[in-house]
Design a binder for this molecule. Structure first.
Ligand SMILES: Nc1ncnc2c1ncn2[C@@H]1O[C@H](COP(=O)(O)OP(=O)(O)OP(=O)(O)O)[C@@H](O)[C@H]1O
Ligand SMILES: [Mg+2]
Length: 329
């Protein structure tokens, strides 16, 4: 757009190249350790930053923007250090804070165009751009009313509009659906998807797993100021070696023997008895299934289905907190 500052990514490629790295980052607020050796490599795309209340999500975002100082470790955003190059970085970053950040006594169009001017645009361009982004987020004629008369949903949309007005390559959205009703949430998630589709990298924090599951390509799970797990959404939900579900039918004794052999061969995760001589087994690492079919034949049971099984992000989350996380604590 108006070409202020360096571009973090002139034409962001849709691949896994890393846009942000954090190494052993520590941030303290008095006795509270908000980030405690947080390490992550964040690729381009739509990235979910997940964690329970107080996990350190907002602190990580603010440290990445250079809004709060680090007590240790390093952060690089497109090769720049937010602590020492915060102004340069912010030229190409959009930020939607968690809490209310809008001036209540001006209209949305005035507010957004004012912020566009601060980012370096001329008055006329700023006004035009303000209308464009307010159109994009779905604020209609209400844009001429004072912000203080807006619903929470409208305020959230204006917060996104101000974050994208200078056409940044990287966007931090801190709990964008917070305080919204189900329809508002849908609209907001759709907005996140549409912005992501324009090639921008979006780091979106949330503690609502289903939301992240639906819009993000990659997730970072944080707890107690540490990374507990991260990866592509598909890989996270498939488990590291791939999870499979097999439904077999046969006599009870044969099923029992098969389940034991199958468990030994493939690493049984769960077994469900469906009655009517049928069980469903879930396992990791059984490859293309040749072995499974051979075992079934050997034990005289019939394979009804053999399909890759997906965990929900909730399963991943729970597993991470039961000590399965890569960060471990
Ligand atoms: N300005 C501050 N002063 C003192 N403590 C703080 C401050 N900001 C954050 N903390 C503390 O640091 C920890 C991490 O907070 P942070 O806001 O980063 O968590 P979060 O993951 O964003 O949580 P939430 O989901 O509630 O927004 C919490 O224990 C919080 O109370
Ligand atoms: Mg927060």
């Amino acid at each position: 757009m108006q070409g202020v500052g360096p571009r973090i990514a002139p034409d962001p490629p849709k691949d896994d190249s890393i846009i942000l790295t954090a190494r052993d980052v520590t941030v303290r607020f008095g006795p509270v350790i908000a980030l405690n050796g947080f390490t992550a490599d964040i690729p381009r795309g739509v990235i979910g930053l997940l964690g329970p209340n107080g996990a350190g999500k907002s602190t990580f975002i603010k440290a990445s923007l250079g809004l709060i100082p680090r007590d240790g470790g390093a952060i690089s955003v497109g090769g720049l250090d937010p602590q020492t190059q915060s102004l340069r970085i912010r030229d190409d970053i959009g930020y939607m804070p968690e809490h209310d950040c809008l001036i209540p006594t001006v209209s949305a169009v005035e507010l957004v165009s004012y912020l566009a001017q601060i980012s370096g645009m001329g008055r006329r361009d700023a006004m035009q751009r303000s209308h464009e982004v307010l159109d994009f987020v779905g604020i209609g004629e209400e844009r001429y009313r004072l912000v203080k008369s807006y619903s929470t949903g409208m305020k959230q949309k204006v917060k996104i509009a101000q974050a994208i007005v200078h056409d940044p390559a990287l966007l931090f959205l801190d709990e964008p659906t917070s305080g919204m009703d189900p329809n508002g949430r849908e609209e907001m998630l759709d907005l996140v998807r549409r912005i992501g589709a324009t090639g921008k990298t979006i780091i979106v924090s949330s503690h609502i797993l289903q939301e992240v599951e639906r819009v993000c390509e990659h997730a970072i799970i944080i707890s107690d100021g540490r990374l507990v797990r991260d990866g592509k959404m598909g890989a996270l939900m498939a488990g590291e070696e791939g999870l499979f579900s097999i439904t077999v039918r046969g006599d009870a004794k044969d099923l029992e023997r098969f389940a034991r052999a199958f468990g030994e061969a493939c690493g049984l995760v769960s077994k469900t008895d469906e009655g009517s001589r049928q069980i469903v087994l879930s396992a990791r690492g059984c490859g293309d299934g040749k072995r499974v079919f051979a075992l079934a034949k050997e034990h005289g049971v019939q394979v009804r289905s053999y399909i890759p099984d997906k965990m929900s992000l909730e399963d991943v989350f729970l597993q991470a907190f039961q000590g399965g996380g890569s960060g471990g604590h």
